[in-house]
Design a protein around this ligand. Structure first.
Ligand code: NAD
Length: 433
């Protein structure tokens, strides 16, 4: 990172997430003895677009927000990655997330590349009308680089199916006909897939089940995922809430969950369907009556069997890692564990399910949505879930095989799995011109 004028050094300076993604790539590249020319190309995104997004607020004033779309690598197919609305989003973070998407899509065998987008905004401060105006203007500003064959956005932190519907409508208005394939994570009525909304959280729990079986097979203390197993979930949004519900239905005891308003804790286990009802009425966890309150920091330190960080990146760091005691840590969020903290956790024998594997369920079912949309032939939810389970199981097995053959950590193994397929594809396609 010596050239202070380069895009990579600019990105390197501005987010831990990008730095951690590059460090993890370097570790994987060294372990697998990756062609250094390929490693060099993978450290920087292919294309990064910054746009100004002016909208008229409800009070009549005009405010200009900053938006981004980054396409990291499109060797395997069109770009794929979510749109994040968050007050701290920046180009570097979006680039790091796009890089993770490249490795994730490659690892699970999808014909898609890695991309990501975002707007620097606090979505809780927007009215519905303002959110719609912001989403539509942003879509219009990035429309020259997105499309069903170019780059296909999806929901991420702070966005959902409604935002995707507005994006699809805006893109379609500009084309003159309906283009449902421009985004995934759409509502069912306009071409969404059954099971997409639950897919990431569901996939997180599939990987925890595989991890539990794997640990038993290699003679580690059993994590049975029944009433003897305790779980805490950091981040109770689209990913965390579904993961909590799925693991609760398996019979495990979810003792704590949290969101931006703080956490709730009940040592006998929370009734997750009841907690969900509270959140749908009150928007946040705060005020849930059948539990004690707990801070987000203390939740991460609970002596549970399974911890699911499913909120944002950089929550387990060098500073708090010594307090984290969970046996299995399932990275529902992208980049929740920093590179330094990861080393400490691996040294003390925690089993990490890396983000690119753990939360891949979302992009897998996004791919199914795209395929169903192109064929105009839609599958039952059981079919979607069965196909999701099969892809996740194969990916989990592949990562374990690599981890055992290189004797490396799970994170490095998952990146090697992703980079290996990509490397072969990049070498076959060669370098233009
Ligand atoms: P979301 O906006 O639906 O939920 C985020 C949750 O985290 C909310 O409960 C929010 O209150 C909480 N949160 C935010 N900041 C927090 C903080 N500082 N401390 C504690 N809690 C906080 O977002 P999501 O879609 O569930 O995404 C969560 C993570 O999962 C992100 O890292 C995202 O990139 C990743 N992810 C999402 C998907 C998907 O399909 N939605 C797919 C793959 C990965």
């Amino acid at each position: 990172m010596s050239d202070s004028k380069s895009l990579s050094s600019h990105l390197w300076d501005f987010s831990d997430l990008y730095r951690n993604a590059v460090l993890q790539l370097e570790e994987a590249a060294t372990t697998m003895r990756l062609d250094p020319n390929i490693a060099e190309r993978l450290k920087v995104p292919k294309r990064a677009l910054i746009v100004s997004v002016p909208i008229r607020l409800d009070d009549g004033t005009i405010k200009v927000f900053e938006g981004y779309r980054v396409q990291h690598n499109m060797t395997l197919g069109p770009g794929k990655g979510g749109i994040r609305f968050h007050p701290e989003v920046n180009l570097s973070e979006v680039a790091g997330l796009a890089m993770l998407m490249t490795f994730k899509c490659s690892l699970v065998g999808l014909p898609l590349g890695g991309a990501k987008g975002g707007i620097r905004v606090d979505p809780s401060q927007l009215s519905r009308q303002e959110a719609q105006a912001l989403t539509r203007r942003y879509t219009s500003e990035i429309n020259m680089i997105i499309g069903p064959d170019k780059d296909i956005p999806a929901p991420d932190v702070g966005t959902d199916g409604q935002h995707m519907a507005w994006m699809m409508d805006t893109f379609s208005q500009e084309k003159g006909f309906a283009v449902p394939g421009v985004v995934t994570g759409k509502p069912i009525e306009i071409g969404g897939s059954l099971g997409r909304a639950e897919s990431t959280g569901r996939g997180v729990v599939y990987t925890i089940q595989h991890a539990a079986k794997h640990l038993a097979a290699i003679g580690k203390p059993a994590v049975k995922l029944d009433g003897s197993t305790t779980v805490s979930v950091h981040g109770f949004g689209k990913v965390g809430a579904v993961a909590a519900l799925e693991i609760y239905h398996l019979g495990a005891k979810v003792v704590a969950v949290s969101d931006v308003s703080g956490g709730i804790y009940n040592k006998n286990g929370l009734n997750i369907p009841d907690v969900l009802k509270h959140v749908s009425r009150n928007k946040v966890l705060a005020g849930y009556p059948e539990a004690e309150t707990i801070s987000n920091e203390d939740l991460l330190a609970l002596p549970v069997d399974v911890l699911i960080p499913a909120a944002i990146d950089g929550v387990i760091t060098e500073k708090n890692v010594s307090r984290v005691k969970a046996k299995i840590i399932a990275e529902g969020a992208n980049g929740p564990i920093t590179t330094d903290a990861l080393k400490v956790l691996e040294e003390r024998g925690a089993f990490i399910i890396p983000d690119v594997l753990c939360n891949a369920g979302g992009v897998i079912v996004s791919y199914f949505e795209w395929v169903q949309g192109m064929q105009n032939f839609f599958w039952s939810e059981n079919e979607v879930n069965a196909k999701l389970a099969e892809v996740m199981e194969n990916a989990f097995r592949k990562v374990i095989e690599i981890q055992q053959s290189y004797r490396c950590g799970m994170k490095t193994a998952a990146l090697i799995a992703g980079v290996d397929r990509l490397n072969r594809a990049m070498l076959l396609r060669g370098l233009f011109p």
